[in-house]
Design a protein around this ligand. Sequence first.
Ligand code: NAD
Length: 295
Amino acid sequence: MTLRDQRTKDGARLLSGLDCSAAIKAELELELDALSAAGKPVPQLVVVRVGADPASASYVKSKRKAAAAVGIRTEEYHLDASITPGDLTALIDRLNADDDVDGILLQLPLPSHLDDKLFLNQIRPDKDVDGFHPMNMGHMLTGSNPLLLPCTPRGIMELMTRYGVTFSGKKAVVIGRSNIVGKPVAVLLTQANATVTLCHSRTASLEAEVRGADLLIAAVGVPHLVKGEWLKEGAVVVDAGINRLESGKLVGDVDFDAAQAHASAITPVPGGVGPMTVTMLILQTLIAAKARRNL
Ligand code: NAD
């Protein structure tokens, strides 16, 4: 499907995660319809949420809604914040063993008495639709193309690719070195033959690094950290940051209004990387189901 050519006020191409997600979801819906018409099982995503964090509740709701909209079954286990490590382990074991469960998503953060890493590592790698298991991460690092990747980095690569952005020989700068966004994006860009600089809170001159970037990926969590005048003319800018200002407005890590005057293409916040992350979760549930059930 061709994506609409939307432009910012100074003519940069808008990399719309909403449009791109809609296109991918339409493809997924067709594929799921075909599976169902052939009498194949409907893939199932199970979400495990612990405690009453309102942000987690809202993320889980939107993930389940998006999955259901394309025809994926979803189930949620909402556990009390006081659950013991043993009981959470027992639930994950049960879901791992259940042949009718294709994807397991453990919504983070967990309450402080539960160690995120321990439980993420317990999810079967072939049901790890969030892509955080060290086995999937390790295969990504060695270039062995795991089926399941961290969703936000996969979404960022998919968004750029579908808008025709090329990577080979480009100088890419990634700001942020988290395991869920920055580091894996740097790996995927390297595999796509970009020359990658990974910046973080101790980078000596962020501005100087950004000035050389053909592609800029920001995943920091600091509103408007990247100034428009830092950008190389014609840079492609992907902003994963989601920051709520005191006014209630959501903004990214890049000053969008100033940046769009220099960029050739730029993601909005909201409506850029966020929707792609959810769509990649749905895509990966289907991928996991097809691989494990031989569909
Ligand atoms: P994190 O806090 O784990 O990592 C932030 C990174 O930014 C760190 O590596 C740190 O070194 C770096 N950093 C902090 N201050 C810096 C500075 N002044 N200069 C340069 N680097 C600096 O965050 P995260 O989980 O990777 O998330 C980053 C942002 O992306 C947040 O706004 C988060 O809400 C957003 N996010 C969005 C999605 C999505 O789907 N759109 C998904 C995950 C995260």
